[in-house]
Design a binder for this molecule. Structure first.
Ligand code: ZN
Length: 291
């Protein structure tokens, strides 16, 4: 009897730790790379994650390919940002015929307004990223109840890392003199970062990259840089660098490097994960502003 119990315990343990075979994993489609990274961290090897807008891609102006409709049709779960980020999604859903549940990862986050628009870039606040993670954990548990405990544990461990990251950002910003906490970025992607950490961002483009910067917006920014002595301007991995280079040339402001706003980089880039993305951004900001 004792041996049998021991044997049973071993079998149960083996079943609990054995990785799932590919066909047993929950197929999740995430709309863009940052969201995909959150799903990988929470889902571990119980999920197989596909992202639609890949590294260095611009999720605002994405045009889905026919292969995307197939990915969505095959998914058991679809995880999106919401807050107006994925304007191309309804058509893609329709053409895919998918009946998979759609999870809005920003549920419960207080949205920021930018003029008459809603700012969708909530992931730029690390505290808000933890809400994404909690929503993803709940969604995966509903899709794969046998994995609920694993998802909860993974989410807890990853959220603890995010708490550490949040502290890193605050410590880094604290080293920047208050009157230098002002930068120019290409589009309005850093509203949540600004609101959480107290760096002011000014951008010639609004919260989407869909329309071009107006001559008036560019002229306004050039005046503001000169008047307020804004120390640095930043490029973005998803946007054409020419606009920011022109603003830098006209004002003499320093190009402080590249900020990663809406997308991870590939494996070999500076920001292949969300945590590395935030670390890269604070390093770029502090080295340009902390003089
Ligand atoms: Zn954006």
């Amino acid at each position: 009897m004792r041996h049998f119990r021991l044997w049973l315990a071993c079998v149960t343990l083996a079943a609990a730790v054995a990785p799932l075979r590919a066909q047993e994993r929950v197929g999740v489609v995430a709309s863009f790379s940052i969201l995909g990274d959150f799903v990988v961290n929470v889902g571990g090897d119980r999920v197989s994650v596909t992202t639609l807008v890949g590294p260095d891609g611009d999720v605002h102006v994405y045009t889905p390919a026919p292969a995307d409709a197939r990915k969505v049709a095959d998914a058991k779960l679809l995880i999106v940002n919401g807050l107006g980020l994925e304007g191309w999604l309804p058509r893609l859903l329709q053409s895919s015929g998918s009946k998979a549940p759609i999870i809005i990862a920003t549920k419960g986050i207080a949205p920021l307004a930018a003029g008459s628009d809603t700012d969708p870039h909530a992931w730029q606040s690390v505290a808000d990223a933890k809400i994404y993670v909690a929503n993803i954990s709940d969604a995966l548990a509903a899709a794969d109840p046998a994995g609920a405990e694993v998802f909860r544990e993974n989410a807890k461990a990853y959220s603890a890392k995010l708490d550490g990251l949040d502290r890193e950002v605050r410590e880094a910003v604290a080293k920047i003199p208050p009157d230098r906490r002002k930068v120019i970025s290409t589009h309005g992607a850093f509203g949540y970062f600004a609101s959480a950490y107290g760096i002011q961002f000014i951008a010639p483009l609004g919260v989407s990259t869909e329309s071009e910067a107006s001559a008036r917006a560019i002229a306004g920014i050039i005046t503001q840089i000169r008047k307020e002595k804004i120390p640095a301007v930043f490029l973005e991995n998803i946007s054409d660098p020419r606009l920011i280079r022109r603003i830098a040339a006209e004002t003499g402001a320093r190009v402080g490097g590249t900020l990663y706003s809406d997308s991870l980089t590939g494996e070999k880039g500076d920001a292949p994960t969300y945590i590395e993305l935030v670390r890269h951004n604070i390093k770029a900001l502090t080295s340009a502003l902390a003089d």
